[in-house]
Design a protein around this ligand. Structure first.
Ligand code: BTN
Length: 259
């Protein structure tokens, strides 16, 4: 994959393709630390050897089969307390991309920004922000999308090829995705926050349904009803109480689909 030619406003203005690296997020951080990074720079690799996930997890991707990349953004128009809007925009963009290849009804966003197809994880994003006074200075948007890999150690993982039976050219799906991300980022830059939140909630896995969650070492019934202003999940419980949860405080329980 050489220099990508993209008809975008920001995303992909510069393209760095590393044959292998530890983590594209770490590479992006090094570029930022060197100073004056170009907004929209994409750091891509075929082989990520120490891919990082949320909450200290790792991200495993077989070499040459998947999309693993990071995008450097400068969202200084976002206040610190609005940073979750960037996370929502990224999740919406991945959802839109996957909906072009899978049945839209099978694709959902698992809060905060995992993407599931038929309840299996196909994509995740790790967004790392640096702050300047009250606003975001830089964001490193690290994205992994499983494309042609067909076997996974984690049983609840899947890929586009597993779902559609087809294999994909990585360069062409990357371009397709970056164009969608560029559009979503424009939307965010126009600060259409209500639109973004409504779009996000409409695509959210288990929104408005009763399910079981792992909370404080207990399994509790809950219904996701909203997000608070910092992006925490607001869950209603059977007793009628409502509580906001951060990522560390709530886990999804995947019930068996078999009755
Ligand atoms: C998650 O679901 O836990 C987030 C996974 C994010 C993985 C991507 S792959 C490209 C970028 N570089 C990393 O080290 N992580 C992100």
């Amino acid at each position: 994959m050489n220099n990508l030619v993209l008809n975008t406003l920001i995303i992909g203005q510069k393209f760095i393709n590393l044959p292998k690296c530890l983590s594209t997020n770490l590479e992006a951080r090094t570029i930022i630390e060197k100073g004056f990074p170009i907004e929209g720079t994409v750091v891509y690799t075929n082989q990520q050897m120490a891919g990082r996930g949320q909450m200290g997890n790792t991200w495993e991707a077989q070499s040459g089969k998947n999309l693993t990349f990071s995008v450097i953004l400068k969202p200084s128009f976002l206040k610190i307390e609005q940073q979750f809007y960037l996370s929502m925009s990224v999740a919406i963009a991945i959802h839109r991309f996957l909906s072009q290849h899978c049945l839209k009804k099978d694709v959902s966003i698992k809060w905060p920004n995992d993407i599931l197809v038929n309840e299996k994880k196909i994509s995740g994003a790790l967004i790392e922000n640096t702050l300047q006074q009250q606003t975001l200075q830089y964001s490193i948007v690290g994205i992994g999308i499983n494309i042609n890999q067909t076997e996974f150690a984690y049983p609840l993982a899947t890929s586009l090829q597993n779902i559609t039976g087809q294999s994909y050219e990585l360069e062409s799906v990357l371009k397709e995705f970056l164009i969608i991300l560029d559009k979503e980022y424009q939307q965010l830059r126009q600060s259409t926050f209500d639109v973004i939140k409504n779009d996000y909630l409409a695509l959210l896995f288990r929104f408005g349904e009763w399910h079981t969650y792992q909370i404080n070492h207990q399994q509790l019934q809950g219904k996701i009803i909203d997000l608070d202003s910092s992006g925490r999940l607001i869950v209603e419980h059977r007793q009628g109480t409502m509580k906001a949860y951060s990522l560390k405080e709530i886990g999804y329980v995947f019930e068996s689909k078999e009755l």
